[in-house]
Structure formats: C-alpha cells, structure tokens
Design a protein around this ligand. Structure first.
Ligand code: XUL
Ligand code: CO
Length: 440
C-alpha cells in the first residue's frame, strides 16, 4: 500500500527527557498504571473529520492544509486515499480507535441511494483496513448539519420531509456502526436548536427530537446494534440556542421522554467551557448520574470564546478530567476522541502528528498525576472529612431519613452555637501543584 506520511515514522515512547519532537514523553501505551495499561485507560481515538477531511477553511479564507492526498481529483478516489492514510496515521501514532461522521468518509451522490452506495463501498474498505491494522471504531455518527437541507434542523426541523430524510440517514449510519462493530453511536445535534422564538414551536421540536431518538433505539434493537448511544451536549454554535445545552439539560430531556436508560453522554471540553462550566464539572455530573459515556478531548481559548477545537495541552485540565475518569472506574466502552484541529497556520502534514503527540502526552501526563493523587488520597481524605458531620449523631439521622423538620427544629433550638470549618481551597490547590510538579 502507498505510504502517505513519508516524513514521519512510528512514534514511540522515549520518556520525559527526550528532545525528539516525534516521540511520546509521557504516553507509554503498554505501561501499566493501577493494573491497566495506559492505552486501556485512555482509549485514544482519531477524529476523522479534523484529521483527514478538514482543509483549514475559516469564514475569512480558503483552506491552507497541504495533504498527501491533495492530487486525487475525483471524490471517490479522494475518499479512498484518505481512508488508507487514516490507518497509516493511526498505526504510526499507536492510536487504537477512530470516530467519523458518515459524510467524512464518503462523498454524497446525486441522491440518497447513490450516497448510500458510495458509503457502502468505503465502509467495506474500512472494514478490511480495521482488520489489517487491528483498529476499532469508537463511534460513528450521521452528519445532519452540513447539507443545506438541514437549514431548519434535522430531528427538530419544521419540514416533515427533512425529518424523514434525517431518519433515513440515521438508519444507514446505525447500520454502518453495526457493520464496523462501533462501540458507541453519537448524536450531536448540529442544527437541533433555534434562532428566534418568533418562528419556533420549541415544545413541538423537542417532542419530535425525542421521536427520532426513540426510532433510533427501536431500530438498533431490531437489527441487533449493541453500541452505546450517546448525546453530545453543546450550548450554542451553530444555532443560538442548542437544545442539548449541557449535561444537566440533556439529563432532563432524556428523563422527560423516558430515554435515559438508552443514552449516556459524550462530553467535549470546549463545549463544557462554552456552557460556562469546566470539563470536570460536566464529567462529574454525568458520573454522578451514571451517564458518563465518552469524552471529546480538546480545549477552547478563553480569549476567543467560541468552539476553537484546539488540541488539549493544558495539564491541569487533563489531570482533573482523568481524576473524574478514574473515579468513574474508567471510560470504556467510551474513549478519548481528539475532536481537535490543527491551527490554520499549522498546515503541514507533520503538524497533524505533532498535534496528536501533544494531546496524547497531555492526557497521559494527566492520567499519571491523577492516579497518584487519587491513590495517595489527600483530596479524597479532605473531602471525606469535610462531610464527616453526617457520619454520626444528627447528621447520620438526616442521611438515614430518621428525622424531619420538627426533630431538626428541636435540635437546632438546642444547638444554636454552630461552628464551621475552613474549606481550605488554596491549600488543596497547592497540594495539586505539588503532585503536578513532582511527578516524573
Ligand atoms: C461539533 C462537534 C462534533 C461532534 C460530532 O462541535 O463536537 O464534531 O463531536 O458530530
Ligand atoms: Co465533539
């Protein structure tokens, strides 16, 4: 098979003292941490769209990316070249999983039938390559946002014909997931939201969205698709009000429509910050509701405030994210998908490798620090002690449901000399720093 990335060979672990940019400093895939190899803790995935399909266009200018498949001029040859390159890329970077939208991997044809035919041809090729390279599909999804037909939404459109088209596209994408053994299936509601209530029946749109998801659940059951369904929240962009705003909103929606037992959540860092949360807040909330499904790893830029999808390089953020993942007992069958793109001026093919190395090392380092922090337990011990008033006496009776307002009033009247303890936030932050800086 043709080699695409001729300037880069396999990326190996060389440790923190290596000066070789094309090596891992912290990610050592088979190194065991807490009884599990790093690759199983992290379950890294390549995002097909940012890595193979994107060309660096922005609202102000044309694409800048130089790619080894640029000379392919018909759309199917281009799709095939990208698919071959994708596996070479994952192989060289030791990435075990990948994720795609249906339209990332194969071009649309003149109608849905031809589009599906294109997809079938590429999926067959993908399946062979997955076997050859021993790579797995973390999740697939349907792109229900790019084509102009989705201008008013897909599941939340005002046009029944578009709803039907969306259902058909979704049906096919679930079949593709089954064919390739996808471990999850993601719903990111690209156009599921609205701009103004002046033309929108919000209640009806949400009912319809639930109808579409219910059909997906029924169809998955019918064909025996076993992957976990996931919803990926995002508060805004492209619409002003995205219906799947954040984890809390999605949980409320799923419960209202009795879909909560079929769906978990795919949490993206940049979407969390756009919603005014931290990544770890969203992960913790999902974890506490048994709804943590998978993670899209990236970061935004606080000075910009939109979905910049940058490669994650902030070790505080990756540490806190991995701390939550470890507390969840791991992320499987989810994983860590780099929903991240190189900056427009990082236009050489080598930049793709350097960006993934940066992201993978950032999360590997985060995992190492989080593991030690959790194992030694200074934070956990502090938090446990902070709530210790609920372990005995009146606190225990509250937790056990043995007292109500009257008993508590009696207790409060007799114990009005209340003493609180400090929250010690600065001390705790300095403990985290100590673990960050001392970890080798
Ligand atoms: C968009 C986004 C998507 C989803 C998959 O902001 O995050 O790429 O991850 O559709
Ligand atoms: Co995403």
């Amino acid at each position: 098979m043709k080699e695409y990335f001729t300037n880069v060979s396999k990326i190996n672990y060389e440790g923190p003292n290596s000066k070789n940019a094309y090596s891992f400093k912290y990610y050592n895939p088979d190194e065991v941490i807490g009884g599990k190899p790093m690759r199983e803790h992290l379950r890294f995935a390549m995002s097909y769209w940012h890595t193979l399909t994107a060309n660096g266009t922005d609202p102000f200018g044309a694409g800048t990316m130089l790619r080894p498949w640029d000379n392919e001029n018909d759309s199917m040859s281009l799709a095939k070249a990208r698919m071959e390159a994708a596996f070479e890329f994952m192989d060289k970077l030791q990435i075990d999983y990948f994720c795609f939208h249906d339209r990332d991997i194969a071009p649309e044809g003149k109608d849905l039938a031809e589009t599906n035919k294109n997809l079938d041809e590429i999926v067959a090729m993908c399946k062979d390559l997955m076997e050859k390279y021993n790579k797995k599909l973390l999740w697939d999804t349907a792109n229900l946002f790019n084509n102009p037909r989705f201008v008013h939404g897909a599941g939340t459109t005002c046009n029944a014909d578009v709803f039907a088209y969306s259902a058909a596209q979704l049906k096919k994408a679930i079949e593709v997931g089954k064919e390739l053994g996808a471990e999850n299936y993601v719903f990111w509601g690209g156009r599921e939201g609205y701009e103004t209530l002046l033309n929108t029946d919000m209640g009806f749109e949400l009912d319809n969205f639930a109808r579409l998801l219910k059909m997906a659940v029924d169809y998955a059951k019918e064909i025996g698709f076993k992957g976990q369904f996931l919803i990926e929240p995002k508060p805004k962009e492209p619409t002003k009000h995205q219906y799947d705003f954040d984890v809390a909103t999605v949980l409320g929606f799923l419960r209202k429509y009795k879909l909560d037992k079929y769906f978990k959540i795919n949490i993206e860092a940049n979407h969390a910050t756009l919603a005014g949360h931290t990544y770890e807040h969203e992960i913790c909330l999902a974890r506490n509701n048994n709804a943590l499904g998978s993670l899209d790893a990236n970061q935004g830029d606080p000075a910009l405030g939109w979905d910049t999808d940058q490669f994650p390089t902030n070790i505080y953020n990756s540490t806190f994210a991995m701390y939550e993942v470890l507390k969840n007992g791991g992320i499987a069958p989810g994983g860590l998908n780099f929903d991240a793109k190189v900056r427009r001026p990082s236009f050489e093919p080598e930049d793709l490798f350097l960006a993934y190395i940066a992201g993978m090392d950032t999360f590997a380092k985060g995992l190492r620090i989080a593991y030690k922090l959790l194992k030694d337990g200074p934070i956990e011990d502090f938090v446990k002690e902070r709530y210790s008033s609920f372990n005995t006496g009146i606190g225990k009776e509250i937790v056990e449901g043995k007292v109500g307002f009257k008993e508590l009033e009696k207790y409060a009247l007799e114990n009005s000399n209340i003493k609180n303890k400090s929250g010690r936030q600065e001390m705790l932050e300095s403990i985290v720093n100590q673990y960050m800086l001392e970890d080798k």
